[in-house]
Design a binder for this molecule. Structure first.
Ligand SMILES: *Cc1c(COP(=O)(O)O)cnc(C)c1O
Length: 337
């Protein structure tokens, strides 16, 4: 498909031997945490499509938004700067934040950083970004706004593509993954994987572990942006208009499997057992998960694979490691080492 070529693709798939033994299931990990360094993680797959569209529209400034330790904002800043564009990020804070992790990298790479409160973020982040765009337009810039997590129609193409990458890798590895597990925060990763699965009739079980909000919210949101992705797939020649129409008529919010049992005490807040889990896996496999997304999602995966859990029947499980390492350092003091 037509997109920028920025991420290191295809990302490796590795078997986690000790974890597989421990949980009596074949557990594999896809290293989307290794899509790059500055733009590491899952957001770059979406940005390859969003920023392609931005450049096509003649943009010279990218504006986006997220939490103070947003991986998405950091990746967007890196991509903008790499293309000689300016970047501006609207970050949600509750108090004056220390300069560390992703926020430090945003500043290091020269982003114009603006702050907003939690309330402003929930109620009017898109309006604030529109005002920022207006301000920049008056200075002669051509801004392009990317929504939270690049989770919109065009961004959804990133994990639509990743699903097809997984199908290719299955052939090479001689494995079929019956279950794919991911963390979901802004919904675009879950939407893209599910949309490819639905359109191709592949019948895989895709479980999105929520790190905020609830089942209904994510089902509706993933359904909405999947519908918005269909015209892009038609335009890119991936599917016919007839196929898109048929999909739009039959796809339902309930087609998106979401598990909201592991949100814990809230977005970007960790319970001691989640941090213990991150430490256990780090010591068992030499693989480090982040506290906001992959740590919570794999804590959920671990629990659901236990006796009586909802994933007990899964034989070959693929967990997509969506990155987030820079967000681990700011919470290092919370770990019991
Ligand atoms: C953003 C993010 C996710 C969630 O992906 P969405 O597409 O926003 O649902 C998962 N893991 C990491 C590390 C992320 O930064």
């Amino acid at each position: 498909m037509k997109k920028l070529s920025l991420a290191n693709l295809p990302t490796k798939i590795q078997k986690l031997e000790r974890l597989s033994k421990e949980l009596d299931s074949n557990i594999y990990i896809k290293r989307d945490d290794q899509t790059g360094s500055e733009w590491s993680g899952n957001k770059i797959r979406k940005l390859e499509f969003s920023v392609q569209e931005a450049i096509q529209q003649g943009a010279d400034l990218l504006i986006t938004t997220g939490g103070i330790q947003s991986n998405h904002c950091r990746a967007t800043v890196a991509v903008a700067t790499y293309h000689g564009m300016k970047s501006a990020v609207l970050l949600r804070i509750s108090e004056q934040p220390p300069v560390e992790g992703n926020y430090f990298l945003d500043l290091l790479m020269g982003a114009d950083v603006r702050f907003c409160t939690r309330e402003e973020y929930s109620n009017s982040r898109n309006e604030i970004m529109a005002e920022m765009a207006e301000e920049y337009r008056r200075q002669g810039y051509h801004p392009y706004i990317i929504p939270e997590g690049a989770s919109n129609g065009v961004g959804t193409l990133g994990y639509y593509n990743a699903f097809h990458e997984i199908l290719e890798q299955e052939k090479e590895l001689g494995i079929k993954f019956d279950t794919i597990v991911i963390a979901t925060g802004s919904g675009g990763t879950a939407a893209g994987l599910n949309l490819a699965n639905i359109l191709g009739g592949y019948g895989r079980r895709i479980v999105a572990m929520a790190v905020c909000d609830d089942v209904k919210y994510f089902q509706n949101y993933c359904h909405k942006i999947s519908l918005e992705a269909l015209p892009y797939l038609v335009e890119q020649g991936e599917i016919s208009q007839e196929k898109a129409d048929a999909c739009a008529a039959t796809m339902k919010p309930e087609d998106f499997e979401i598990n909201d049992g592991y949100v814990g005490i809230g977005y970007a807040l960790s319970r001691p057992e989640e941090l213990e889990h991150i430490k256990n896996i780090a010591r068992m496999e030499g693989i480090v998960f982040d506290p906001v997304y992959t740590g919570k999602a794999t804590y959920g995966l671990w629990n659901e694979l236990q006796k009586g859990g909802s994933l007990r029947d899964s034989k070959n499980v693929l967990f997509i490691h969506t990155g987030g390492l820079f967000g681990l350092f700011p919470v290092s003091k919370s770990f019991n080492l």
